[in-house]
Design a protein around this ligand. Sequence first.
Ligand code: THJ
Length: 132
Amino acid sequence: MSLKITAAQMVANARARIEEIETADAIAMVNDPTVQIVDIRDPRERQRTGYIPGSFHCPRGMLEFWVDPDSPYFKEVFAQDKKFVFHCASGWRSAISTATLQDMGFDAAHLKEGFSTWEAAGGPVEHAEPKA
Ligand SMILES: O=S(=O)([O-])[S-]
């Protein structure tokens, strides 16, 4: 089966039109009260690898519905007057998601390399309590 567009091409198209933030620059934003980092990974990924302190968890599947004030699923966190930086594991899902948000008129950027290089680059990581 040949697709009209590949996933890799979708990521490339998205990356060409969104703001990409380098890991070192994002690390400097962790305690910045004007920035909200949003983790769109699955709950199990967050559980397994830990997460960026202060990051808000928004599963990718709910993204459009949680940012839209007209949606019954709207989350107040997205009403904040802050810079929103979305991330996933390697920057693919967050690139496509950020382009989608841009199409919706929601201003956001994404973490170019995702969480994959975060810890090695010196980024702080928090771990959830193990399930009892
Ligand atoms: O979407 S991904 O970059 O986390 S594999």
